[in-house]
Design a protein around this ligand. Structure first.
Ligand SMILES: [Zn+2]
Length: 419
């Protein structure tokens, strides 16, 4: 028991130190101690270990005003590269990152309802990875891992897409298929988990350990961290917040149930509000969610009465969903992201915050804040890259969480060796 708990403390300390360096960019040992709350002795031990494994490097000597010079530490960006892949319903986004998780090159290929079989997705990933590595001048042998985010339910340890209803996939052994084309350490998870990891490392998680990361797009979902740890649930399916019932016997949802939150605040639900309120509205672009939501944003900016009525409908339901979520989890921050939030956020977030206050036990939310995501770029491919980074670090014996250590052990037995 004794060794177990000291190992846990060491692992937690490593995570804290790495997390702070990623958040700060570079830092002295003293700043790391102050930012992480760890003792200077613990920081010194962890930093020496990470320097020894080549994960960190000393980048510059800081002039400390005539006193002893102090080294600044940073991630050794050239130690290796990770690739993040975001498979969405309409595109495949691929980014290659250095070990400091800075984007070195990107590629995006379209996907549509006629081209979403496993081979179509695998083709795009294989081609896109070749393109980004060539553009960044990174040889494949320098890639230490590839993280892939796939919509739907994922068995991450087995690398299986268990259920992707919008692709019509069931039990697709995705990582086994991809490893035939990309013989590298591969990691699979879904966008709710990836987006939450991106917020945890680079967004609101730099200031808070308890997050709810809400995604509004064609699909609606959430990811949670508690005490800085991603919540997965028993079957890695935690976060299907969009399929919580807000109206008994309500609208039919894409999942087959009725009255789900997604059917009222997802892009299709938003179009349905508009169809019901003003079927002849020029804001409605039938069959084109993105154009309709963009037209709504323009309408709101111009004070259009129809757009404002639709916003009220969305926020009625979104307020219930957010209120339920806050009542259950009491997070420090609710971060709102996804492409619908990207377009409607400036109107949607304040209006939904006001509505949510009517559905929470404490209308002042206690200490919870609701805010828009401040991440730039594609947070999903970034989060997928973080999964690959965690796997790489765990392989070096630098596990950043209990979860990543366990996953690395499973990957080691399922992934063919890189060559
Ligand atoms: Zn549903």
């Amino acid at each position: 028991m004794g060794t177990h708990s000291s190992r846990d403390v060491r692992r937690a300390s490593r995570f804290e130190v790495l997390h702070q360096i990623y958040a700060l960019g570079s830092a002295s040992r003293r700043l790391l101690a102050a930012a992480s709350g760890l003792s200077t002795a613990t920081v010194a031990t962890v930093v020496n270990e990470l320097l020894g494994r080549g994960v960190l490097s000393e980048v510059a000597i800081e002039d400390s005003g005539g006193g002893r010079p102090r080294a600044r530490l940073a991630v050794n960006a050239a130690r290796g590269f990770v690739v993040g892949v975001d498979v969405s319903e309409t595109y495949v986004q691929i980014d290659v990152f250095d070990l400091a998780l800075r984007v070195r090159a990107s590629d995006r290929r379209s996907l549509d309802a006629e081209h979403n079989r496993p081979d179509d997705v695998l083709d795009r990933i294989e081609q896109g990875v070749a393109v980004v590595l060539a553009a960044a001048g990174v040889p494949r042998c320098d890639v230490v891992g590839v993280g892939v985010s796939m919509p739907g339910r994922i068995d991450r340890v087995g690398g299986v897409s268990v259920l992707a209803p919008n692709f019509g996939w069931q039990q697709v052994p995705f990582i086994r298929l991809l490893s035939d084309r990309l013989p590298l350490p591969l990691y699979l998870d879904n966008p709710l988990k990836a987006g939450t990891m991106a917020e945890l490392w680079f967004g609101a998680g730099r200031r808070a350990d308890d997050l709810a990361v809400v995604t509004l797009g064609t699909g609606v979902g959430a990811g949670f961290t508690v005490g800085g740890t991603l919540v997965r649930g028993t079957g890695n399916a935690a976060g299907e917040w969009g399929h919580s019932t807000v109206v008994l016997d309500g609208r039919l949802c894409r999942c087959g149930n009725r009255g789900c939150l997604e059917a009222y605040v997802g892009a299709q639900g938003i179009m349905q509000h508009l169809r019901e309120y003003a079927p002849d509205s020029r804001l409605l672009h039938d069959g084109d969610q993105a154009a309709t939501v963009a037209a709504l944003a323009e309408g709101l900016a111009a004070g259009d009465e129809t757009a404002e009525a639709v916003l009220r409908q969305i926020t009625r339901y979104l307020g219930v969903g957010l209120g339920n979520l806050i009542n259950m989890l009491d997070p420090t921050v609710v971060v709102m992201g996804g492409w619908v939030t990207g377009l409607l956020g400036p109107w949607l977030v304040p209006a939904a915050t006001a509505t949510a206050a009517r559905h929470t036990f404490d209308p002042a939310f206690g200490t919870t804040r609701i805010e828009m995501s401040a991440l730039t770029g594609d947070p999903i491919s970034l989060g997928a890259g973080i999964f690959a980074l965690e796997g790489f670090l765990a392989g070096l014996g630098v596990s950043t969480s209990r979860d990543s250590a366990r996953h690395a052990a499973a990957i080691a037995t399922t992934t063919p060796p890189a060559f």
